[in-house]
Design a protein. Structure first.
Length: 363
């Protein structure tokens, strides 16, 4: 029996998400597909059906993007290569895309992570254990638990951001002796500690921008019509991309330009996809702008205050003073961006019906 015949039978029998079936209403990023393929391969095999929320709600895929390209990129992320079959098919005049994954005799891993399909969930069987050893700063464990709570029903973009932020918390926990030798509420006097604090701060601010860029890419994949604009592009820009998906990702990255310069207001103004979520109000704009200006100060001026920074900062420091931040304040900013991302993500999933990582569990 062909894949098409098997999928039609599944739909006709009204079978929904199970240990061998996963539906996605829209075309998700390659990493989502890779995670599902590996989890099925490490269990009993199974089917991924794109273009349907379940066996009853079948919307079909957009004609604008080619699922084959996304599938190829997903397979490139897996080691060793699993045995899969994939093809487009029509069902009740709707265009669907199906991927069948065979059971593998060897463990298929996604960048070192091994997922297994258990019931209707993809379970990470080898999660990185997080043991916080520093008892003098118990807030780190509390923040990590809070980030774990943000891993429910999220986009792939948000999952990557949360995992990065948890890595930063582990570094903070491990390096107390240089980051906060006296107190988390007091800036370190160690030169190495100052440098590392600036790096960590810049890293989580950079990843906030990366999240927004990747979220725009997910929105464009799921809703190609949202990409339509009168923005001009050059032939060179198009030719530098290997395929349409790469070009869409390039466009998403380009839209982050004004945010990288600290202009949150202009970024929102120029990106209807984010503006229409109605999440970032003027208060959040100012909070994000200050974080990005501090990042700019740390990245480009080693913390030495310039005139531009003084437009955003209210305090006693003046031009050419060294701006320092205690680890406790760094954590305040990190969790603030996490909460804003959580609101953006929930709103984007609802508005654009994005594919989510709702079926991931950790052993």
């Amino acid at each position: 029996m062909s894949i098409e015949d098997k999928i039609i039978k599944i739909l006709q029998e009204k079978k929904n998400n199970s240990n061998e079936i996963e539906y996605k209403a829209v075309l998700p990023p390659a990493r989502n597909i890779a995670r599902l393929i590996s989890s099925f391969a490490n269990a009993n095999g199974g089917y991924i059906i794109l273009g349907a929320l379940n066996s009853k709600e079948i919307n079909g895929l957009s004609q604008d993007f080619h699922a084959n390209s996304i599938t190829h990129k997903a397979l490139d992320l897996l080691t060793p290569s699993p045995k899969v079959e994939y093809q487009y098919l029509n069902y009740n005049n709707k265009k669907l895309y199906a991927i069948y994954t065979e059971k593998s005799n060897t463990k298929i891993n996604l960048e070192g992570k091994i997922y297994k399909r258990i019931e209707n969930k993809s379970v990470l069987t080898n999660p990185q254990k997080i043991d916080f050893t520093n008892n003098s700063y118990t807030r780190i464990k509390t923040l990590n638990d809070e980030l774990n709570n943000y891993k429910i029903n999220i986009t792939n973009s948000k999952l990557r951001l949360i995992e990065h932020y948890q890595s930063i918390l582990r570094i903070i926990d491990d390096l107390q002796h240089i980051l906060y030798p006296e107190s988390p509420k007091k800036p370190t006097s160690s030169q190495e500690g100052k440098i590392l604090t600036r790096i960590l701060y810049s890293s989580f601010a950079d990843n906030f921008e990366t999240y927004l860029s990747e979220l725009l890419y997910e929105i464009f994949l799921a809703n190609p019509s949202t990409l339509k604009s009168k923005q001009e592009v050059t032939v060179e820009e198009v030719l530098n991309c290997s395929d349409l998906q790469d070009f869409i990702k390039y466009c998403a990255n380009q839209k982050i330009g004004k945010l990288q310069k600290g202009s949150v207001k202009n970024f929102i103004k120029d990106n209807k996809q984010i503006r229409d979520l109605n999440v970032i109000d003027r208060t959040k704009e100012k909070e994000i702008e200050l974080i990005l200006q501090i990042r700019h100060l740390f990245t480009h001026r080693n913390g030495i205050i310039d005139e531009k920074f003084l437009k955003y900062y209210r305090g006693q420091l003046k031009l050419n003073d060294e701006y320092q931040i205690p680890i406790d304040s760094l954590c305040d900013s990190l969790i603030l961006l996490s909460k804003i991302v959580d609101e953006i993500d929930k709103s984007a999933i609802t508005k654009y019906k994005l594919a989510t990582e709702s079926n991931i569990e950790f052993e």
